[in-house]
Design a protein around this ligand. Structure first.
Ligand code: KG4
Ligand code: ZN
Length: 390
């Protein structure tokens, strides 16, 4: 089956096409195309993601990006002008009412393309920024109407959860031999969660952040240290130059007897520390970054290790943008080796840590036996939990 996936939940516009063979648990994939356009430069001036800018950029770039992806997959063919019948045109107009730029681009281009041999369109429907999610969803629906292909709504966090379960094969990728339960540490700009995957598509939320997500804390601390958005990679870079133990930051909720997290106090502690120190030298910034990174890694890994033990996890996976963090990777591997009974830990390959459309296609592949809902039931849900229904 061929799946085209669309991801617009935050500040990356991403489209991928995969060809799947086999079904769970032996799903294999060939990646026919996988493109991500990042809006980071545009959001940098705001020091974070500005939802209306994100929405506008998705609307501006989806149609041209789709053309690139179809070409890359060898599935692009222009047909002799294919006029959209007027009832369908009316439906498009209605569907893309709130996205006039997307509508204009869509109507002047897509009907002139041959419908590609694709079996399913997967689209991120939540969680994320709702105005941004809607652009991708409406685009998916319009494509569904013109190409007569069903749409499967996909949870963004499920995409992050599955990326570490991918392994390379000679001609593509496949799902690893998966043993349940799998414990997932999901760490991104919007989420920090410990999730137990009991079987494909069946999740239990063990704990989550009570305030800021860990990625958000990296972004905010970066701002305090005068580093650009997104802060995660910037902090990681200077933390490498820092010396450990120069400052003492708190380890919030480390000893709380639950699997919840809190990162807002840690961020505030950095703010006060920086204020007390006055104008920061590069060395001080490096040392603070190092201590902050260690504090995050310690809390995340110790709680993950404890949850793995309590729930008898057979595998631990880490997904989301912060899973790219090397210190987190090393610390978790060490802690699981030393105190976690050697339960294996898997991380996504670097390019799949942050937002991408490939993970959305993979999540759809694991749901290929499910019946896609009618289009009108597919809506953006900014708070859609991985444990909840679409
Ligand atoms: O998953 P993602 O791309 O988007 C969301 O779904 O939020 O995660 C983005 C977050 C940002 O907060 C960014 O600062 C963080 O991931 N991040 C990192 C690293 N790379 C990205 N945090 C720590 N270390 C990194 N190397
Ligand atoms: Zn994400």
């Amino acid at each position: 089956m061929r799946i085209l996936s669309i991801e617009t939940s935050c500040d990356e516009t991403a489209i991928a096409i995969i060809e799947t063979s086999g079904d769970l648990p032996h799903c294999a994939f060939k990646v026919l195309a996988n493109q991500t356009l990042t809006q980071i430069e545009m959001h940098r001036q705001y020091g974070g993601v500005f939802p209306m800018v994100a929405k506008r950029e998705h609307a501006r770039t989806l149609v041209p990006l789709l053309k690139v992806v179809l070409k890359e997959a060898g599935l692009f063919k222009e047909s002799s002008r294919h006029v959209v019948e007027s009832p369908l045109r009316k439906e498009f107009e209605h569907m893309l009412l709130r996205e006039p730029e997307l509508y204009a681009q869509f109507i002047s281009a897509v009907p002139d393309w041959n419908p590609p041999p694709i079996d399913m369109i997967a689209v991120t429907s939540g969680p994320g920024l709702e105005p941004a999610l809607w652009v991708g969803i409406n685009f998916a629906k319009a494509l569904s109407l013109v190409w007569k292909i069903p749409v499967m709504p996909i949870n963004h966090m499920e995409g992050h959860m599955l990326t570490p379960l991918l392994e390379k094969t000679e001609d593509g990728m496949q799902l690893r031999e998966t043993m349940f339960p799998v414990l997932g540490l999901l760490v991104s700009g919007g989420h920090t969660e410990l999730v137990l995957m009991k079987h494909w598509g069946t999740y239990e939320l063990l704990g989550e952040t009570k305030d800021d997500a860990v990625g958000e804390a990296f972004d905010k601390v970066a701002r305090v240290l005068g580093l650009p958005y997104p802060g995660g990679p910037e902090i990681a870079k200077i933390a490498l130059l820092g010396t450990g133990g120069k400052y003492a930051l708190p380890r919030p909720m480390l000893h709380a007897q639950n699997y919840d997290f809190s990162f807002s106090g840690l961020k505030t502690a950095v703010l006060y520390l920086a204020r007390n120190l006055g104008v920061l030298s590069d060395e001080q910034k490096n040392d603070i970054a190092r201590e902050f990174e260690e504090a995050c890694a310690e809390v995340l890994t110790k709680k993950t290790c404890r949850a793995s033990d309590e729930y008898g996890a057979q595998m631990v996976v880490v997904g989301g943008g912060v899973s790219a963090n090397k210190r987190l990777r090393e610390t978790l591997e060490n802690v699981m080796q030393k105190d976690g009974g050697g339960v294996p830990v898997y991380f996504p390959e670097a390019s799949l840590s942050t937002d991408n459309a490939l993970m959305i296609a993979v999540a759809a592949a694991t749901r290929q036996q499910q019946k896609p809902p009618p289009l009108e039931r597919i809506i953006a849900n900014g708070n859609w939990r991985i444990t909840g229904k679409a």
